[in-house]
Design a protein around this ligand. Structure first.
Ligand SMILES: [Zn+2]
Length: 227
């Protein structure tokens, strides 16, 4: 059992988790290919330019539609830039529940802003509601993660943004966010360490102050790994 203090920002090796087949398990159509604010024509011209720059022929059969496909892909994978992810938490309800709530193993797909290649993995989000027991829907937590993930990102900021938004909106007694992800910029280029998993955490309130609360949350996350 490790506490968050020594696991935060740790890089370790674990090839067992997220599978590419998990792609888009959070409703890929939501906020999909019609996002405002994305200039698809400009993306198409840029992709064509890249293809020429690497010595390819953009007119050959397999590549002819690639610029348009890439433009649609970016529109979808960067849709979070043009929404306010906090809107997912606007609807709260009084569940009279003031114990820990954890949404574990939220599939996560984002794009490293340094290399524009994916990083993907899982997010685990726990919070302890305020005394008024105000909670949000479980699926809304996944939507929040997705909203911040669909844009050029770094894992550390993504983790912080999810924690900060839950803290600001639900005013919980504590928030704990752990994200584990594999970065393709580390796997397929550069240091080439396939399977290396980067773990980040953001801890607020009770989870920061109370070791036993933090241990309990981490045990929930750990138990999910043994299935
Ligand atoms: Zn990168």
């Amino acid at each position: 059992m490790t506490t968050l203090d020594d696991s935060a920002r740790r890089v370790d090796s674990d090839g067992a988790r997220p599978r590419p087949g998990d792609l888009n398990t959070i409703d890929p159509s939501a906020d999909g290919t019609t996002a405002v604010g994305v200039d698809t024509g400009r993306i198409e011209r840029a992709v064509r330019e890249i293809l020429e720059a690497i010595g390819e022929d953009p007119e050959r059969d397999g590549l002819r539609d690639t610029p348009a496909r890439v433009a649609r892909m970016y529109t979808e994978t960067c849709a979070g830039l043009h929404e306010d992810p906090s809107r997912h938490l606007k609807v709260t309800f009084d569940a009279g529940h003031d114990e820990m709530i954890m949404v574990r193993d939220i599939p996560l797909y984002s794009m490293c802003e340094h290399h524009l290649v994916p990083f993907y993995g899982q997010a685990h989000v726990a919070y302890i509601p305020n005394v008024d027991g105000r909670v949000t829907g479980l699926s809304k937590v996944a939507r929040l993660v997705e909203g911040f993930a669909r844009r050029p990102q770094v894992q550390e900021r993504l983790t912080t943004q999810v924690a900060d938004e839950i803290e600001a909106t639900l005013l919980p007694r504590g928030v704990l966010v752990v994200i584990e992800a594999e970065h393709l910029c580390m796997s397929m280029r550069g240091i080439r360490k396939p399977g290396a998993s980067t773990v980040t955490s953001a801890v607020r309130g009770v989870f920061r102050d109370d070791v036993s609360a933090r241990m309990e949350a981490m045990q929930f996350i750990e138990s999910g790994r043994r299935r």
